[in-house]
Design a protein around this ligand. Sequence first.
Ligand code: 4LM
Length: 392
Amino acid sequence: MDNSARFRTRAVHAGHGLDPATGAHAMPIYATSTFGYGDAARGQRLFAGEEQGHFYSRLSNPTVRAFEEKLASLEGTEDALAFASGMGAASAILLTLLRSGDEVAFLAPLYGGTEGLLQDMLPKFGIRVWEAKDPADLRGRLTDRTRLVWLETPSNPTLRLTDLREVADLAHGAGARLVVDNTFSTPYLTRPAEFGADLVMHSATKYLGGHGDVIGGVVAGDAATLLDLRLHGLRHVGASLGPFEAYLLLRGMKTLPLRMEAHCAGAHLIAERLAARGDLKVYYPGLPEHPGHDLARRQMSGRFGGIVSLDLGDFAAAQQFLDALQLFTQAVSLGDVESLSSHPASTTHQLLGEEVLNAHGIVPGLVRLSVGIEDPEDLWADIEQALRQARR
Ligand code: 4LM
């Protein structure tokens, strides 16, 4: 596949052509755990990483490889590496690239699971983890021990925007690498590598798959680092994506641009109408009053994503609103063609505890809406009736 083709063409074609063995047009699901490698000398070369090829599906598989190549093409990176989940991808990055005595800085908020992984697990291995309030706060605090800077933009669930170029320059100035979790933006809206990010990760469970039927993760970046991750993080941690899941992700990604257009249009309309009421705090980077709006215009391809968060004031009102919604399924996860709603403080981010939640702005009244591709007028009617029931 010619990488000079435009995004929508690459979304459809990158990573696979006709199956060389059979001519199959759709990517076959290579349901095999192991591969005959022919002779002993080749086996030795494959295991040493001196020759590329499939020999065991924990490390690589043709269906999984096609997914990796498609994602690398969309992110504009040299390569990509698939994992069994977003958390599997994050764990492999951290366990491969860090050692005792190192430091990791992160910009809050992050998905609660990622912040838990950083704060609960890494200190046990002698790795110091600290939170920077904003890029300016990073400036004087990065040291020669800071190996990684980790962020999401827009962030989960408060949709905070971060200037990728600014943080990449700061990280690189201190000899650290920038890891960007691009789950909320997707490469259709933001390609962090274009702004200097070294590694770009995704919960592929979300928009990449797009249909709420698969758990997966992926890391995109330079070929040498990803080979290191494959031979260590993937080989030793073993959070490998299965071929069936890779097939679902490949199928989902063909329509990523079309779905994102619909998600963004629906979310924008809903955010504007919520903000126009004037009685709710609405979080959406497409609103001119959002503090990251100008940055989002530069960094997000002129569209602002499919997630809208709103503050109903207190937990009771948030619960009433969520329980009254009909078209939005109350469930965690996001990026599904079907609309989902959740209460981050009591679900995805609950483990962070009240003090951290308040510091991150994940207040008791905050509700997160993942706007699906249904007709936005039907979604709006549902939101209006739920707001009435919550007496708003
Ligand atoms: C959720 N999120 O928010 P896996 N990075 C980001 C995420 O939102 C998530 C992960 C990584 C939610 C799941 C319950 C920005 C997950 C973790 O779930 O391990 O694929 O990704 O609702």
